[in-house]
Design a protein around this ligand. Structure first.
Ligand code: PHE
Length: 456
């Protein structure tokens, strides 16, 4: 019996962590990054970053959370009282907030596409022969209507507020755990359809046959950023989650499973999108970015039976996957405000989420009818995406690894990695070395690559 309950709780724990990790990062952002960073070479960089840097950083964050048993900031000070390293936690929370601003916009698109699928508007007049023009144009038109994308992202924020106020986030998580297997099945189905398209092999070549000459500083830092974004690293989320892990949870095993599941979903998306892109001849510059998935997937749906039903189901599931990520993140902010400022729940929810409506509206407009909303030559949407994933997440991840590896008493990290000495320490010594040396050195090398490369 006790075996069963232990298994149950372990699965629940991994499911919750996977639930927060799997989201738009894998399904929407990954294909777009592969597309704009030269294909297979990016995939390779991403996989190396995931395993060599992502897993050690995840272990570091788990150790901070379970060792400190607090939120993203107080976990640091619980381990070393009064430490300035708590700034790392603050940076992570700030990064997550900025990510939310554009994440809500994309979640709004999934909601809108769910609606378009139900009403049939998305597929109106689309046939297999004219589809590639139609879906690209539809996404563009949609982005350039002032109100619709803003309304959609505000709606998403209000749904988040409702869930957090109603205290039903556990319910959403359960729902998501129930629905995620269906999402996997749909993804596998889409993958089969895509792979059987005429000309699919070109897309597979783009996705799997690396052209090493395209690897430059930009590709390296994008791969690192994508690995961290998709694993929710440097966001303070995993620190907060692992504070609730029981003492016997095997951190290493958990981090490997979470990373493998995340990689699996991303790669599946690659096998869906790129055969479709080459087969339909999409792939033009205008589709290289954020809109890629939204313009390509409907084409694949069009070639399946029951197009509208599958399409609606897919966007519904994607919406739920995104919602579990945003709600769990919202809860992190709310918990922080309640603990530190003794705020009432309602107030904490409103204060943390309401300003996001404005930020998201600005992001949405910068992609659509107000392209002049730019910072350093990029739309505000892309600017926030770049500055968080390529700069803030890696720095926060670096800070976390340095803190637990060097600043915190060594016994804390060793204790976490061996579950208080109850597990063999052989692997823990390797992990210790990965956290102290390999992860920090790797992150610094990638961030400083443009400078380092000129030294040789
Ligand atoms: N890993 C998440 C994803 O892929 C990233 C994320 C988590 C973003 C929580 C926002 C909030 O979608």
């Amino acid at each position: 019996m006790s075996e069963n309950t232990e298994f149950g709780s372990k699965l629940g724990l991994i499911a919750a962590t996977v639930g927060s990790a799997i989201g738009l990062g894998n399904i929407w952002r990954f294909p777009a990054e592969v597309q704009s960073n030269g294909g297979a070479a990016f995939l390779l960089v991403y996989i190396i970053c995931l395993f060599v840097l992502g897993i050690p950083v995840m272990l570091a964050e788990f150790s901070i959370g379970r060792g400190g048993r607090g939120d993203a900031i107080s976990s640091f000070t619980n381990i070393v009282p009064g430490t300035r390293w708590r700034a790392v936690g603050a940076l992570a929370i700030l990064a997550t907030y900025l990510i939310m601003a554009f994440y809500m916009v994309v979640t709004g698109w999934t909601l809108e596409y769910l609606w378009f699928s139900i009403t049939g508007e998305l597929y109106q007049g689309a046939t297999v022969s004219n589809a590639s023009d139609i879906f690209g144009a539809r996404m563009n038109d949609y982005l350039h209507t002032d109100a619709a994308p803003i309304i959609a992202s505000c709606l998403v924020i209000f749904i988040n507020i409702g869930v957090l106020l109603g205290g039903v986030q556990k319910g959403i998580e359960k729902l998501s755990n129930l629905l995620m297997p269906i999402l996997f099945i749909i993804l596998v189905g889409l993958c089969c359809v895509s792979l059987s398209l005429p000309g699919a092999s070109e897309g597979i070549k783009f996705f799997l046959k690396p052209d090493f000459s395209v690897i430059n500083g930009e590709v390296l830092v994008s791969g690192l950023g994508q690995a961290f974004f998709s694993l929710s690293l440097g966001m303070g989320i995993l620190i907060t989650y692992s504070a609730y892990y029981p003492a016997h949870t095997r951190l290493t095993q958990t981090s490997v499973i979470v990373s493998l599941v995340s990689l699996f979903v991303s790669v599946l998306m690659g096998f869906i999108i790129f055969p479709a892109v080459t087969s339909f001849g999409l792939g033009g510059e205008s589709l290289a970015g954020e809109t890629l998935v939204f313009a390509t997937l409907p084409e694949v749906f069009l070639r399946m039976p029951a197009t509208r039903i599958i399409s609606a189901l897919f966007f519904l599931l994607l919406f739920v996957a995104a919602l579990t990520s945003t709600v769990s993140t919202g809860e992190v902010a709310v918990a922080y405000l309640r603990d530190h400022f003794k705020m009432k729940r309602t107030r904490a929810v409103i204060i943390s989420l309401l300003p996001l409506t404005l930020c998201s509206a600005v992001c949405a407009l910068s992609l659509g009818s107000m392209p002049q909303l730019q910072i350093m030559g990029k739309s505000i949407f892309s600017f926030l995406d770049n500055i968080t994933t390529q700069f803030m997440l890696p720095i926060a991840a670096l800070g976390g690894s340095l803190f637990i590896g060097w600043r915190a008493p060594r016994s804390i990290l060793m204790g976490q990695l061996t579950n208080g000495g109850t597990m063999k320490s052989g692997f823990a010594h390797i992990a210790l070395w990965l956290i102290r040396i390999v992860a920090p050195a790797g992150i610094i090398t990638v961030l400083l690559w443009p400078v380092i490369k000129d030294l040789f």
